[in-house]
Design a protein around this ligand. Structure first.
Ligand SMILES: [Zn+2]
Length: 65
C-alpha cells in the first residue's frame, strides 16, 4: 500500500488556535510561521516572525499538534 507523503513539522513547532484581541475571530497560526499572519476578519496582526519563532499577538486557546 502506497502512503501519501505527509508533511511533518519540526518537533518544537506546532499549530496554535489564536483568538484575535480585536474581534474575537479564531484562527489557526503556525508557531514558526515566517510570514505575518493577519486576522481574516479585522486585519489585526495575529503573528509576527521574529527570526526563529513567531510572536503570537492574541490569545492562544489551544495547540494542535
Ligand atoms: Zn480580528
Amino acid at each position: 500500500m502506497k502512503k501519501d507523503h505527509v508533511l511533518v513539522p519540526e518537533p518544537s513547532s506546532k499549530f496554535n488556535k489564536v483568538k484575535c484581541h480585536e474581534c474575537e475571530e479564531e484562527q489557526i497560526v503556525y508557531s514558526h510561521s515566517t510570514a505575518q499572519v493577519i486576522c481574516n476578519s479585522c486585519g489585526n496582526i495575529l503573528s509576527k516572525s521574529t527570526g526563529s519563532k513567531a510572536k503570537i499577538n492574541g490569545k492562544i486557546l489551544e495547540s494542535a499538534e
